[in-house]
Design a protein around this ligand. Structure first.
Ligand SMILES: Cc1ncc(C[n+]2csc(CCOP(=O)(O)OP(=O)(O)O)c2C)c(N)n1
Ligand SMILES: [Mg+2]
Length: 413
């Protein structure tokens, strides 16, 4: 795309432009029945990648079902499902190089599953046990993996979007041939961060792909109450950025669109905006009940467009997948998730000390004092804390019986 200044062609009556003359089509290749549209462009998805994608989609479904049930049983405090949006998340991830960076929102566990995040890693984070790299300091679903080039999830919406522009600028300077994919909801795109990120990416021509999952809702707020413009795709034009709207439940279209976006980003330093039209089939989170704000009829109409079913039909049609294989895989994944969860929930909590580590090289005196007071408090009220917690007795040498702790205990709190 050419870089230009604003057009200055004179007219002599007031002409207001509102963008209505720009029609953004929806790119789609795969029909809901799993057959490909007549006249559809080339499909580059090969068998091994297609199977890897489908396995990750199945895994994510199984994980979501099991973990929501665990939350309902009171074993887990909170959960968020990717259900219904697996094609948008996994299809885009699969079109990247595995070393490309991903900066996501919170509903994109399918991207991690595709890259090989293990069930142990999912469970240790969800249960915040002693093996959780964040030491239980994040809510469940705030995964991250340096090895898999996946930035740790942040709860405040849209923070990852300008971070992605900055990171991708670094990739451009490093000349490593990689790009960054940032994924976010249409609700997050109402944040100023979204606009700042697009503007900076366009001005500095950085290799970043902005992927908006337009799933119809920001918690209970439907898109009709979120914005008046033509979705999210149209916003790219204000920054002279290329954009594409794609059927987000069509694995083939998401894959091809992202593949081309990656080429533009890496080879031509053109950032791209992708709007994936999809639907959040489940509740916003385990704390939400959608029956208060949307109809069963609406939900059912989207169940018929389920991205898994659609891809499954395409795979079976090509003899790349079989129903028997799916039954066996689903069963074994269910067993794996359940068994791993049982182990993770029994694992010990992180050491108490980790409350004040990781930020400063040496724990500052004020934090140390607070930790001592906490220890003293727990010793005074042992019944109010988990019996399994081995925190105090395993405190590093010099910690247990620390004079400060004794002092606080005497003083009372
Ligand atoms: C800055 C900020 N404001 C509000 C919230 C509360 N909040 C959490 S999720 C959410 C809805 C986001 O909707 P969307 O971006 O469309 O993502 P979806 O949940 O649909 O995947 C809101 C408002 C937040 N986490 N951060
Ligand atoms: Mg949304």
């Amino acid at each position: 795309m050419k870089k230009t200044q604003p057009t200055v062609k004179p007219v002599h009556t007031p002409v207001f432009a509102n963008g209505d003359d720009i029609q953004i089509p929806v790119f789609t290749l795969l029909k809901p029945d799993g057959t490909v549209y007549a006249g559809a462009g080339p499909i580059s998805l090969d068998k091994p990648t297609a199977r890897r994608i489908y396995r990750a989609m199945l895994y994510t479904r199984v994980l979501d079902e099991r973990m929501l049930a665990a939350q309902r049983q009171g074993r887990l405090s909170f959960y968020m499902q990717c259900t219904g949006e697996e094609a948008a998340v996994i299809g885009s991830t699969a079109a990247l190089d595995d070393a490309d960076m991903i900066m996501a929102q919170y509903r994109e566990q399918g991207a991690l599953a595709y890259r090989g995040f293990t069930t142990d890693e999912f469970m240790d984070q969800l249960f915040g046990n002693e093996r959780d790299p964040a030491h239980g300091r994040q809510m469940p679903i705030h995964y991250g993996s340096k090895d898999l080039h996946y930035l740790t999830i942040s709860s405040p919406l849209a923070t990852q979007i300008p971070q992605a522009t900055g990171y991708a600028y670094g990739q451009k300077l490093a000349g490593n041939g990689n790009c960054t994919l940032t994924i976010f909801g249409e609700g997050a795109a109402s944040e100023g961060d979204f606009h700042a990120a697009l503007n900076m990416a366009s001005v500095h021509k950085v290799p970043v792909i902005f992927l908006c999952r337009n799933n119809g809702y920001a918690i209970s707020t439907p898109v009709t109450e979120q914005f008046a413009g033509d979705g999210i795709a149209a916003r790219a034009f204000g920054y002279r950025m290329q954009s594409i709207r794609v059927d987000g439940n069509d694995i083939l279209a998401v894959f091809e669109a992202t593949r081309e976006a990656r080429r533009l980003a890496v080879e031509e330093n053109e950032p791209v905006l992708i709007e994936a039209m999809t639907y959040r089939l489940a509740a916003h989170s385990s704390s939400d009940d959608p029956s208060g704000y949307r109809s069963k009829k609406e939900e059912e109409s989207w169940h018929r467009k389920d991205p898994l079913r659609r891809m499954q039909r395409w795979l079976i049609e090509r003899d790349w997948w079989h129903e028997e294989e799916e039954r066996e895989l689903t069963e074994s994944l269910r067993r794996e998730v359940l068994e791993t969860m049982k182990q993770a929930e029994k694992r010990r909590p992180p050491a108490l000390e980790t409350l004040v580590t990781d930020v400063y090289t040496e724990t500052p005196p004020l934090l140390r004092e607070q930790l001592d007071e906490l220890e003293a408090h727990i010793r005074r009220h042992p019944d109010a804390y988990p019996k399994s917690a081995p925190w105090l007795d395993e405190a590093p040498a010099g910690r247990a019986g620390h004079p400060q702790a004794a002092h606080s205990e005497e003083g009372g709190a």
